[in-house]
Design a protein around this ligand. Structure first.
Ligand SMILES: Cc1ncc(COP(=O)(O)O)c(C=O)c1O
Length: 425
């Protein structure tokens, strides 16, 4: 069975975890990053999909659409940039660096000889390259053999120097660490390892913005969460930790049930759940879900996840592709959504469970369930997207915008639990 349950506490958010990630610091990250001209000033839409909910047999289904977070097309715009800002502020404590001025490039002279480096499977590296360009420092990005040429071009377009290696993701991480050591560059990674926690913590903390917006967009009169279940796709575990920790701290013991979804070939979080400690994937770590193709759990993320993720599940590549198509198609009632390979993993996980009654029951999903998914990316590899969906991302985006305009005029786009932020769609 592609499912592992954890016996996690239904308790208030523990002080030990608050020392790692907390709402206060996430909200500060959100405020600082709001000054970046590559972040959309509006919250990303929280779309209500009544048709898909009825098809799947749940009461309510909402999708937070991170394709509209930024021209970078993914939630990763919330991570590396804020970590880079905080790193520079730590390295130059006596320079009174102002965050708003920093991300606008007004401390350019201070950082003109400063170089950051990271390995990436695409989205993290693009966000780091874009932030370095805005701030005015240098950026080197290490890519493994399976990163597509169009993802490489997208990173290079933001001024980064790209180093390509023959090996896999984990080898690219190692290569970046060696280059950093040899050249006295600074690694800005989204995954932690022994002795390296401050930067990945700041990256994860940035993702809390997604949860903060969801709380604002779905507030209920009772103050209880609008959702019974939240699906979070897993790479190294940073997204899941950043979002789940915020929701847990906010709602306490009444938090929703958290389900982590990974590709079968890159099952490091699932294996961690089985082992009871941060573990490695058992598969090939090669998946169409490029952002989730990670072989090693981030130990810092695992400290949060082991305490609050209720269920871990695995999906196949074809499940993700089917979910991309469902989201792209929309219906009269459901907006078409541009959701990339990793973005659609949450819907793929939900569909897999709802089509197997015993699995749905095991995760507490039924006709009363109110489910939140996060579409973490749009078409970050447009060629791959068009090939898999059978329509270009531009075509789907046009249909989305037409749907939203129509819904605005007939004002059936909102429910009391979900607001469709059509203004930035
Ligand atoms: C689109 C997308 N979704 C989800 C993830 C998973 O995030 P994490 O590695 O923090 O678990 C990634 C990671 O790169 C990603 O690019």
């Amino acid at each position: 069975m592609p499912l592992a349950h954890s016996r996690v506490a239904r308790s208030p958010y523990p002080e030990t975890l608050r020392a790692i990630l907390n709402v206060k610091s996430a909200d500060q990250s959100r405020a600082w990053l709001s000054h970046w001209d590559l972040i959309n000033p509006e919250p990303t839409p929280l779309w209500n999909l009544p048709h898909a909910a009825a098809q799947l047999g749940v009461a309510h289904l909402a999708v937070k659409d991170e394709s509209l977070r930024s021209p970078l097309c993914s939630f990763k715009a919330l991570g590396a940039p804020i970590a880079l800002m905080r790193l520079i502020m730590r390295l130059w404590p006596s320079h009174d660096v102002d965050p708003q001025a920093l991300i606008a490039g007004r401390h350019r002279e201070l950082v003109s000889n400063f170089t950051v480096i990271s390995a990436t499977d695409g989205n993290h590296g693009k966000a780091l390259a874009a932030a370095a360009q805005s701030i005015g420092c240098h950026c080197v990005i290490v890519l493994h053999a399976n990163v597509s040429a169009e993802r490489e071009q997208a990173i290079a377009a933001y001024g980064a120097r790209v180093v390509r290696i023959a090996g896999n993701y984990d080898e690219s991480v190692e290569h970046a660490a060696q280059l950093a050591k040899a050249n006295r560059w600074h690694v800005v990674s989204d995954t932690s390892y022994e002795g390296y926690e401050a930067i990945p913590r700041d990256v994860m903390q940035g993702y809390g913005t997604i949860a903060a917006e969801v709380i604002e967009q779905s507030s209920t009169t009772s103050g209880e969460p609008a959702f019974t279940h939240v699906f979070l796709q897993g790479g190294v575990g940073g997204l899941a930790a950043g979002v789940a920790s915020y929701l847990w701290e906010h709602y306490g013991a009444n938090r929703p049930r958290f389900v982590v979804v990974e590709p079968r070939q890159a099952d490091c979080l699932y294996q961690s759940a089985l082992a009871g400690h941060a573990a490695k994937a058992t598969g090939s770590v090669d998946s169409v879900m490029a952002g989730l193709a990670c072989g090693e759990t981030s130990p810092l993320a695992w400290k949060i996840l082991q305490a609050c993720i209720d269920d871990f599940m695995l999906i196949e590549d074809e499940d993700a592709v089917a979910a991309m198509r469902t989201l792209a198609a929309g219906s009269g009632d459901d907006v078409p959504i541009v959701s990339g390979e990793s973005g659609a993993a949450g819907l793929a996980g939900l569909a897999k469970l709802m089509h197997a009654p015993a699995l749905a029951h095991a995760v507490g999903l039924n006709a009363q369930s109110r489910v939140l998914l996060i579409s973490t990316e749009g078409a970050t590899a447009p060629g791959v997207y068009a090939e898999l969906v059978g329509a270009s991302a531009d075509t789907v985006a046009t249909r989305r915008d037409e749907w939203a305009a129509q819904a605005n005029t007939t004002s059936n786009a909102t429910s009391n639990a979900t607001s469709n932020a059509t203004s930035n769609a």
